[in-house]
Ligand binder design. Structure first.
Ligand SMILES: C[S@@+](CC[C@H](N)C(=O)[O-])C[C@H]1O[C@@H](n2cnc3c(N)ncnc32)[C@H](O)[C@@H]1O
Length: 300
């Protein structure tokens, strides 16, 4: 395998297009995931553009730009996810800053926003609660889309709360979000106010502990384990949410969760037998793999 040094010489004084193809080949040979996307984002970022399509393909990279490429390639060779390398990502048209170890929003979560937008928000929806805001992806996408909404978001991670606050400021949404660095159960024990919310949303950690070691190195080495580890069956935080949500949401309001398909049966049992929760629907995501589901509480 050729070293990065010899490749760097090859891309010296070449066009954007050539640089992308040389980098892509190098990443492939180095067994780096998503080689073409990685090459495209790295070159675009060095040119201070969001995507490669906005870069003139025949433009040549300057020396400082090549040095920037070089630093980013080093990080990618260490398996750092591209979202952390370029420091930001577009989530449903919302530009988010991203920093390790805060969870990188996943495409399937965009579908959760679409489901809530189409089926969960009524004229009466004023405020919602998010468990585990991470970078702020869910809360900020909803606040940006629905101008009358406000929200309270909790996260056990200090880094996640700081990033959500930073992203809310950058998007001019800071006056409509209250970010609290606490676990959900702590918040329920000591709520900031006796507020009741119109709906609750969460993409909680839901991977069973025993499966964490099977995750890609990119995930294991860079993302906060608290964002992934859902306990023995992956159900610990989901169970907390299902049992405690009725304390803070109004009657007949909804809980929207992203869960793993292995939770289908547990959730079915849980919602019919306990807590006066009624399961309304499971939805498959676009990969037809994971499930997002919604329940209505209502003390039925
Ligand atoms: C899968 S990430 C989701 C982040 C973000 N909502 C998204 O979809 O990109 C789960 C988040 O929940 C937080 N978290 C885990 N357990 C929690 C708990 N008991 N209470 C509050 N937040 C929790 C983690 O720190 C992490 O930021």
């Amino acid at each position: 395998m050729k070293s990065w040094r010899s490749i760097a010489i090859k891309i010296n004084n070449t066009s954007v297009l050539n640089c992308v193809s040389v980098l892509c080949e190098f990443f492939k040979n180095s067994n780096i995931g998503e080689p073409l996307e990685s090459a495209r984002y790295i070159v675009a970022h060095a040119l201070n553009k969001k995507t490669i399509n906005s870069c003139p393909s025949t433009e040549k990279l300057s020396r400082p730009q090549l040095e920037h490429v070089s630093k980013m390639v080093d990080l990618r060779l260490k398996q750092m996810p591209i979202q952390y390398i370029v420091g930001g990502w577009d989530f449903l048209g919302v530009e988010l800053d991203l920093k390790p170890p805060v969870f990188i929003p996943r495409p399937e979560t965009e579908m959760l926003i679409e489901l809530i937008s189409n089926r969960g928000i009524t004229e009466n929806s004023k405020k919602f609660f998010e468990v585990g805001c991470g970078s702020g992806a869910i809360s900020l996408a909803l606040l940006k889309k629905f101008k009358n909404l406000t929200c309270t978001a909790v996260d056990i991670s200090h880094e996640a709360c700081s990033l959500t606050r930073l992203n809310s400021l950058k998007l001019g949404l800071e006056s409509r979000i209250n970010v609290i660095n606490r676990s959900f159960s702590d918040y329920i024990r000591n709520p900031s106010a006796n507020e009741k919310f119109d709906f609750l949303v969460s993409n909680p950690p839901y991977i069973p502990t025993s499966q964490l070691s099977n995750l890609q190195d990119e995930i294991k080495n860079y993302e906060d384990v608290r964002a992934l580890d859902g306990g023995e069956k992956g159900f610990d935080v989901i169970e907390q949410i299902l049992s405690l949500a009725p304390n803070i949401i109004k009657n007949d309001s909804s809980v929207w969760l992203e869960v793993d398909e292995s939770h289908f049966d547990i959730i079915n049992d849980y919602t019919t037998d306990k807590n006066n929760l009624k399961l309304i629907a499971f939805e498959k995501d676009f990969l037809q793999k994971y499930f997002t589901f919604l329940v209505v509480t209502g003390y039925i």
